[in-house]
Write a protein that binds this ligand. Structure first.
Ligand SMILES: Nc1ncnc2c1ncn2[C@@H]1O[C@H](COP(=O)(O)OP(=O)(O)OP(=O)(O)O)[C@@H](O)[C@H]1O
Ligand SMILES: [Mg+2]
Length: 276
């Protein structure tokens, strides 16, 4: 039996802007194995969220293939994918995206109700999940009454409510200070260990990435793999250097692109400072 739970093959994604097409992903290929934590790092605007959006079906690819648990998702109708996703994918975001008018426990119940569970069962499961993330005492609080770390715990409980095989995390610790970030990472690691979930996570932070089994760097719309052989002795310094190299390379290619655009256009006196 294959150990691969997610497979991306030669994925291309571009956005059509009024100024022309913006190619964000240019042939992304990777696999995620069962029980693995895979981190994707890259500078702001490199396409991390775009990639996760494709995996979760928030957006669709131009060409390429995404297989989840052996099923090619682009071949499914949106209704088929909605149902498939319930049992396969959970997602958490940097900004939590809890429903503000619903209490913590209601937020966790929501995906269960949507999946057709009775209110009674949803309540029981949600209670157990809040226990799991150590937030029972906050069950009846609204999101604005929770700290950021507590909000992310609720979001994790919600993401795993329908026992997904894969948890997609878009910068899950970015809005948290280091110790809260570490706590969230501990919880994610526990889910991998105890529930056999696989995790794909984006991050800016090499120290969070260092906790993953593998780190992929997204650069110029493609992924470059850096293997971590021994998690315990992972070298933060070298992770930072790898990250810095990718930042430098990206800057250089942007500068070169700008130069070639400027020289092909013949420079005009008036300088237009445009920031994307
Ligand atoms: N819906 C969209 N329409 C047009 N352009 C988009 C859209 N979504 C993202 N982009 C552009 O695609 C590029 C990649 O964006 P993306 O959000 O994936 O980057 P990121 O790596 O997640 O950045 P960050 O670290 O800041 O979250 C950016 O140039 C962004 O402006
Ligand atoms: Mg992003």
């Amino acid at each position: 039996m294959s150990n691969i739970v997610l497979e991306c093959k030669n994925v291309f994604k571009q956005y059509e802007l009024s100024s022309g097409p913006l190619e964000v992903l240019k042939g992304v290929t990777f696999t995620l194995n069962k029980g693995e934590m895979l981190a994707i790092i890259g500078i702001s605007g490199s396409g991390k969220t775009t990639l996760l959006n494709l995996l979760y079906g928030i957006d669709s690819l131009n060409t390429g293939e995404i297989k989840i648990d052996g099923h090619e998702i682009s071949k499914m109708s949106s209704e088929e994918f909605r149902i498939f996703r319930q049992g396969h994918l959970g997602i958490i975001f940097q900004e939590f995206y809890l429903i503000p008018s619903m209490t913590a426990i209601e937020n966790v119940m929501a995906p269960l109700i949507i999946a057709g569970k009775s209110e009674k069962l949803a309540l029981t499961v949600a209670y157990r999940l809040l226990e799991r993330v150590e937030l029972i005492e906050m069950a009846n609080k609204l999101p604005h009454q929770l700290s950021n770390g507590q909000k992310q715990r609720v979001a994790i409980a919600r993401a795993i409510a329908n026992t997904p095989k894969i948890l997609i995390c878009d910068e899950p610790t970015r809005a948290l200070d280091t110790s809260l970030g570490d706590e969230i990472m501990d919880l994610i690691e526990e889910l991998i260990e105890k529930e056999g979930i696989s995790v794909i996570m984006t991050t800016h932070d090499p120290e969070m990435a260092a906790r993953a089994d593998r780190v992929l760097i997204i650069r110029n719309g493609q992924l470059v793999e850096e293997k971590i052989k021994d998690k315990e002795s992972f070298d933060f310094k070298s992770a930072k250097e790898i990250y810095q190299r990718s930042v430098d390379a990206e800057k250089k290619s942007v500068d070169e692109e700008k130069k070639s655009v400027t020289s092909s256009k013949k420079p005009k006196k008036k300088s237009k400072s445009k920031k994307s």
